[in-house]
Design a protein around this ligand. Structure first.
Ligand SMILES: [Zn+2]
Ligand SMILES: [Zn+2]
Length: 294
């Protein structure tokens, strides 16, 4: 089987998304997501706000085969329809965060100061109110916080970040599901971002997807929290990383990493676990080269 035979293009993006150009069609998809499917034409129409059967029939025929599957059993969302409803529900195109800041509880790794969640319209940062260190920055969709209480915000931000890192560990772009590149970058690299050369970090991890342009970065410690060597070292002393907010995991100083060789690159990433200082030495692609302890 050749690579080109795996995927066949059925339409252009403009043709497919052009089918959503009438508000009734988006409503039909949202309605289908709430029904037991496959459902009949009558069930679908009576659950929607369109009275005219002819109009309704026209709109659903437009969606059929792309966002809706119409079989002998009735109507249901297609895979594309489910994804579209997910995008609608996430609020990414229709909602924004209200600019806000509130205390999260917990304390800063660097100075023991108070951590706050700081919102602008599109991102949330977990920052230290005292030393201003940024512990986490997340571009989670606003819909993920609809109905959340301030108490649950920390968990929501954390699980979003954990999910991003889990995707990255498997080389999957969290935005488009294509391949995600991941590499360790130091300030001396020709293509190091400007902010890194002016930062106190010795190294960072950059992620990018050439397919959709997704880009993000992580300190090395957080990037290594998906590595089995780190997970098991914590687990052996009774700490299940799944139960801890990333910024509350003991033994992490996110600003600390030592470049031990540059050609090829090797970076020692320290963790202090149960009083023992470990250094996980990784290469450019975050592969573990060596574990030092003591
Ligand atoms: Zn601080
Ligand atoms: Zn992508």
């Amino acid at each position: 089987m050749t690579e080109s035979s795996l995927v066949i293009s059925e339409s252009t993006p403009a043709e497919a998304f052009g089918k959503l150009s009438h508000p009734v069609r988006v409503e039909i998809l949202q309605t289908l997501a709430t029904l037991e499917t496959p459902c009949s034409f009558g069930e679908l129409r009576s659950a929607s706000s369109i009275d005219d059967p002819g109009q309704f029939n026209y709109h659903i025929r437009t969606l059929d085969g792309t966002f809706v599957n119409n079989t002998d059993e009735g109507y249901a969302l297609s895979v594309a329809g489910h994804r579209l409803v997910g995008a609608v529900r996430s609020g990414v195109a229709t909602e924004r965060f209200e600019a806000n800041q509130f205390s999260l509880g917990g304390s800063c790794h660097s100075c023991d100061g108070t951590l706050v969640a700081s919102f602008d319209d599109r991102t949330i940062e977990v920052v230290c109110d005292d030393c201003t260190a940024v512990h986490t920055e997340a571009s989670l969709p606003p819909g993920s916080l609809v109905g959340s209480s301030p108490d649950s915000v920390a968990t929501t931000i954390d699980r979003w970040c954990k999910r991003m890192m889990a995707d990255a560990e498997h080389g999957i772009c969290p935005n488009c599901s294509d391949d995600l590149n991941r590499r360790v970058v130091i300030p001396a690299d020709k293509d190091a971002p400007d902010w890194l050369t002016g930062d106190e970090l010795e190294a960072t991890v950059l992620y990018n997807c050439e397919h959709c342009g997704e880009r993000f970065q992580s300190v090395l410690q957080y990037a290594l929290l998906t590595h089995p060597a780190v997970i098991s070292t914590y687990y052996e002393v009774g700490i299940d990383l799944r139960d801890r907010l990333n910024w509350e995991i003991p033994g992490i100083d996110p600003t600390s990493a030592d470049v031990v060789a540059t050609d090829p690159l090797a970076v020692a990433v320290p963790f202090t676990i149960n009083g023992i200082r470990y250094q996980f030495v990784v290469n450019r692609s975050l592969k573990l080269l060596e574990t030092r302890s003591g």
